[in-house]
Design a binder for this molecule. Structure first.
Ligand SMILES: NC(=O)c1ccc[n+]([C@@H]2O[C@H](COP(=O)([O-])OP(=O)(O)OC[C@H]3O[C@@H](n4cnc5c(N)ncnc54)[C@H](O)[C@@H]3O)[C@@H](O)[C@H]2O)c1
Ligand SMILES: [Zn+2]
Length: 376
C-alpha cells in the first residue's frame, strides 16, 4: 500500500514535482514564492471551480504581493477551443504580461489542457502550474505535458507538449465533485489497471463498491498509484513515441464517440470506458486479448457505474447505420492515424498490452456496427 502523501518526479527535458496531499491547495502560494521573481500570475479556471476554490486562491496570491490576472470561463467542454485561447492571449497582451508570468490552471482536464496550451505558445512558452480538481485530472491528465484545444470536431487536434513547472494535487477538493464526474475519472484509473497494472486491477475488483462511492478513503491511494506509473513512463518517453502511447487505451473509439456526441452528452471517462470495451472486444476477436480481460473489465466498469456501450437514451432516434458511418468517419480522421491505419492499444492479458496497426478493417467495421446497435 502506498503512503498517501507523495511527491513523485517526472524527468523530462525539465524535471517537475507532482505533489499530492490532502489540504495542500492553498500552499501553492509558497511554491509561487519559491520561483524566480515573477510579476504576473494568471489564474485560469471555470465558473464552478472559481466559486469553490480559485477565488480564495487568487485572494491569497494577491495578498502575497503578486499582480493576479484571472480568466474564468463557462464550464463547458466546448470551451476548450482556439477562440477561448485567443481571449486569454488578449488578456495577457493587454496587461503587458512578460515571459516571467506564471499560469495557474485550477480545474479539471478542460482548464488544464487549455491553460497549458496557452502557456506553451505565449511568448514562446511561459511556466505553468497545474492544480487539478477532478479525479480524471488528478489521476491522469495533470501529468504528461500534453496540452491542447479542440478545433471544431477535431478533438485535441491543436496540440503541443509543454510540461508544467509543478503539479499540485489536493484530493480534498474532490469532495465537491459531482458523482457523475467522479465516476468518469474512475475510467482512467481502470485504464491504467487493465493495460499496465494487474495488481491495481485486483485492488479495484476487491474494493469495487467502496471505490464506486465518492469520498472514499482509497481515492488518494489510487491517485498516487496512477501518478507514479505515469511519471515513470513520461520520464522515459516524454514525447509519446513509446510506452506513453499505452495511456491512449480506449481513446481511439472513445474520442470518436465523444465527438459524435458533440463533447456534451458523454463525459470523457464515459467515452473511454466504451472505447476500452470496444478495443478489448476487437483484441479478443483478433486472438490478441485473453477472454478473461474482456469479461473482468466489463464487470468492473459496469460495477463502478460506467457505460459499456453507447447508452440507449443517446442512441434513441439515431439510425444505427448513420451512427456507424458517423463514428467511422471521425475515427478515420483522427490525428493519431498513421499511413498504416489507426494505432490500436489492445490488452493482451491483465496489466499488459500492445500497440498495433494490424487490426483488420473488417473487424473494426464489425465492432463499430455492434457499438452503433448498442450490443455489449
Ligand atoms: N491532456 C491530457 O493528457 C488529457 C488526458 C485525459 C483527458 N483530457 C481532457 O480532459 C478534459 C476532461 O476533463 P475533466 O473530466 O477533468 O472535466 P472538466 O475539466 O470538463 O470538469 C468537469 C466539471 O467538473 C467541475 N469541477 C471541476 N472540479 C470540481 C470540483 N473540485 N468540485 C466541483 N466541481 C468541479 C467543472 O466545473 C466542470 O463542470 C477533456 O477535454 C479531455 O480531452 C486531457
Ligand atoms: Zn483520457
Amino acid at each position: 500500500m502506498l503512503a498517501v502523501t507523495e511527491t513523485v518526479r517526472a524527468r523530462t527535458a525539465i524535471t517537475y514535482d507532482v505533489y499530492v496531499r490532502s489540504g495542500c491547495l492553498y500552499e501553492v502560494v509558497d511554491k509561487i514564492k519559491a520561483l524566480d521573481p515573477i510579476r504576473y500570475v494568471l489564474l485560469i479556471t471555470d465558473d464552478n471551480v472559481y466559486r469553490l476554490y480559485a477565488r480564495e486562491l487568487s485572494r491569497r496570491i494577491a495578498r502575497a504581493g503578486y499582480h493576479v490576472l484571472t480568466f474564468i470561463f463557462e464550464p463547458r467542454r466546448k470551451k476548450k477551443s482556439l477562440e477561448t485561447a485567443k481571449e486569454i492571449f488578449r488578456l495577457l497582451f493587454s496587461n503587458h504580461a512578460d515571459r516571467h508570468t506564471v499560469i495557474l490552471n485550477v480545474g479539471g482536464g478542460t482548464v488544464g489542457d487549455l491553460g497549458g496550451f496557452v502557456a506553451a505558445l505565449y511568448l514562446r512558452g511561459v511556466r505553468y502550474i497545474h492544480l487539478p480538481t477532478t479525479l480524471l485530472s488528478q489521476a491522469d491528465s495533470g501529468v504528461g505535458g500534453k496540452v491542447n484545444v479542440n478545433f471544431g470536431p477535431h478533438l485535441n487536434s491543436l496540440s503541443v507538449f509543454h510540461h508544467p513547472t509543478a503539479v499540485w494535487v489536493d484530493p480534498n477538493v474532490l469532495r465537491t465533485l459531482p458523482t457523475r464526474e467522479y465516476v468518469s475519472g474512475l475510467a482512467e484509473i481502470v485504464k491504467y489497471a487493465v493495460i499496465l497494472d494487474a495488481d491495481l486491477f485486483e485492488m479495484l475488483e476487491h474494493n469495487r463498491d467502496r471505490v464506486a462511492r465518492p469520498n472514499n478513503d482509497l481515492v488518494e491511494v489510487l491517485i498516487c498509484r496512477c501518478l507514479q506509473r505515469k511519471c515513470r513512463i513520461v520520464s522515459r518517453d516524454p514525447q509519446e513515441k513509446g510506452p506513453f502511447r499505452f495511456f491512449n487505451y480506449g481513446h481511439e473509439i472513445g474520442h470518436a464517440v465523444e465527438v459524435a456526441y458533440d463533447y456534451e452528452h458523454l463525459l470523457h471517462g464515459e467515452a473511454v470506458s466504451i472505447g476500452m470495451m470496444t478495443a478489448s472486444w476487437m483484441g479478443r476477436e483478433a486472438h490478441l486479448t485473453d477472454y478473461a480481460v474482456l469479461e473482468r473489465q466489463g464487470v468492473l466498469l459496469s460495477g463502478l457505474g460506467l457505460p459499456l456501450t453507447i447508452p440507449a437514451n443517446l442512441r434513441r432516434g439515431a439510425i444505427p447505420t448513420n451512427l456507424f458511418r458517423r463514428i467511422k468517419r471521425i475515427l478515420d480522421s483522427d490525428k493519431k492515424r498513421t499511413p498504416k491505419g489507426t494505432v490500436w492499444i489492445v490488452p493482451t492479458r491483465l496489466g499488459e498490452g500492445i500497440c498495433t496497426t494490424e487490426i483488420e478493417p473488417d473487424l473494426v467495421r464489425r465492432s463499430l456496427r455492434r457499438l452503433a446497435e448498442g450490443v455489449v
